[in-house]
Design a protein. Structure first.
Length: 288
């Protein structure tokens, strides 16, 4: 029969703190992942809309819309976090062995781990001089990683103590740093998408709208044509429009004269009163 002292002895592995396992548990939580996807999608859409001069509430996006717009970027972020966690998993037994040896190197390692909550964020800020955008969305991960390393250092010094609140603390730190980093990353992506859209308005999908009744679209660069064809179901045609987006049953259109500083967003309901043609490649003739 194994003595209690043997079961609790450090190095046996049964009670050894495993920060990587805690990170995995946090990432595996469905609620956290779903919330992360929705938050990223909302944040990116909100920043992009504001950069283009539109209130994101007008778009009326649903939770599903937010999730679909964030799957790729969020899973890229999680892949980076998991890659870091795997590296930490590989380094952890080596760090534990090195910290148990007497000498200056072990003491220096212990001090570095204890001060990681300060050193990692400071290093990220310093790297921001060369890589400002990367530093912006990596800073929250550096803060979270530094806190976890400092916590790990305290557990290495007192392997006989790791209270239950450490699991809650690790989960909270991982979750908060992920949401913070996702928010920063979403802001960067939103600004990039908005500026790319504004710089290439004429490269966006052209839209031709046919309507039974006059729609009075007067946006700069758009034009209205009366259709005199006998027996035609539609009486008016509108050209010079570009697709801004489609959310649910609504089309959001801008005109060829739209700019970030001045422009109109046209909102049309997708119903039997209109017919919308999306033209890609060979664009329809421009308005006179």
């Amino acid at each position: 029969m194994t003595a209690p002292a043997d079961r609790d002895a450090p190095g046996k592995g049964s009670d050894q703190p495993d920060a990587v396992q805690r990170v995995g548990e946090a990432l595996a939580n469905v609620t956290v992942l779903t919330g992360l996807l929705v938050y990223f999608g909302w944040r990116r859409s909100d920043v992009q809309a504001r950069e283009l001069g539109v209130d994101s509430s007008v778009l009326g996006m649903t939770t599903t819309d937010y999730v679909l717009r964030s799957v790729g970027p969020v899973f890229l972020l999680l892949a980076v976090v998991l890659g870091i966690a795997l590296v930490c998993r590989w380094l952890e037994p080596r760090v534990r062995a090195a910290s148990g040896k007497p000498g200056k190197a072990a003491r220096a390692l212990s001090v570095a781990l204890s001060l990681a909550w300060l050193l990692l964020p400071a290093l990220t800020v310093a790297l921001g001089v060369l890589f400002p955008i990367t530093s912006f969305y990596a800073f929250p991960l550096a803060v979270g990683g530094g806190i976890l390393l400092s916590l790990y250092a305290s557990l290495l010094r007192r392997p006989d103590r790791h209270p239950t609140w450490t699991r809650v603390l690790v989960f909270a730190v991982v979750s908060l740093s992920l949401f913070w980093s996702a928010g920063n990353y979403a802001e960067v992506r939103g600004v990039e998408l908005a500026r790319g859209f504004a710089a290439d308005v004429h490269g966006q999908t052209a839209v031709v709208v046919y309507a039974r009744e006059r729609l009075h679209i007067t946006a700069p660069g758009a034009c209205e044509e009366a259709l005199a064809a006998e027996g035609s179901r539609y009486r008016f045609r509108y050209r010079g429009l570009r697709l801004f987006g489609k959310v649910g049953p609504k089309y959001f259109l801008i005109s060829d004269g739209w700019t970030r500083d001045r422009g109109t967003v046209v909102v049309l309901a997708d119903n039997d009163e209109i017919r919308v043609e999306l033209v890609h490649g060979a664009h329809p003739p421009a308005c006179p």
